[in-house]
Design a protein around this ligand. Sequence first.
Ligand SMILES: [Zn+2]
Length: 88
Amino acid sequence: MSGGTARRMRPGLAISPAFTVMRDVVCGECGVRFQITHRAPANDGELATRQAVWLADKFVWDHIQENKHRASIELPEIPAADTKDTHE
Ligand SMILES: [Zn+2]
């Protein structure tokens, strides 16, 4: 089950009304901007906050491994009780 999707923002690209934009995440390396979207009935602001951290980490790894950022990234469900420190 998906916890939502992050989409690279492009001018003129409309987000389907079935999705709600929860958060913007900007890659600290290249400045590309993504939007974290959740399917409308399942909007979860706290989950989006955890996913923003996860996504920023993923962007760093993409650059370390010289991968391009994908235009659309499936986001994991990240439980609130997950105390793993992903900042290291
Ligand atoms: Zn980047």
